[in-house]
Design a protein around this ligand. Structure first.
Ligand code: AMP
Length: 125
């Protein structure tokens, strides 16, 4: 079920538990601002999730509330991970689902990085 993006942060969500080390993950990259790990149900040859270390429900929550330094650190981490994965040469796709219409399922901001194949049209028709 998609989540309500305006709900308060739930610190029992699965990505919060990954950040606390309570649930294992296949880490790709970690720094002060972000953790990147392989999606458990990959939709492309490369499917990595990048999450901020701070407690933000969604892109909306993050961009409204996070300090500039945290926003910059997180966005730079997304770019860094894509470069480390060797994706810029062929191209890749970023996706952030937000709330009900975005079909966001995990209520901690995450940016999907998809790559390794032609992604096709932006949205299904
Ligand atoms: P979204 O619909 O944007 O909220 O996507 C949530 C994503 O989290 C899906 O692609 C899931 O496969 C992925 N996911 C859920 N649980 C885990 C987990 N424990 N480790 C890695 N990825 C997960």
């Amino acid at each position: 079920m998609p989540i309500d993006a305006l709900a308060p942060y739930d610190d029992q969500n699965i990505f919060a538990r990954i950040l606390r080390g309570e649930i294992p993950n296949r880490t790709v990259y970690e720094d002060e601002w972000a953790l990147a790990f392989h999606d458990i149900n990959p939709q492309a040859p490369v499917h990595v999730l990048v999450i901020p270390k701070g407690a933000y429900v969604s892109w909306d929550d993050f961009t409204a509330k996070a300090p500039d330094e945290e926003v910059a650190g997180f966005i730079r981490a997304v770019g860094h991970v894509a470069r480390e994965l060797g994706l810029p040469a062929t191209g890749y796709r970023l996706l952030a689902n937000i709330g009900m219409h975005g079909h966001q399922e995990v209520p901690h901001l995450h940016v999907h990085i998809f790559g390794g194949r032609q992604m096709g049209l932006m949205l299904p028709r």
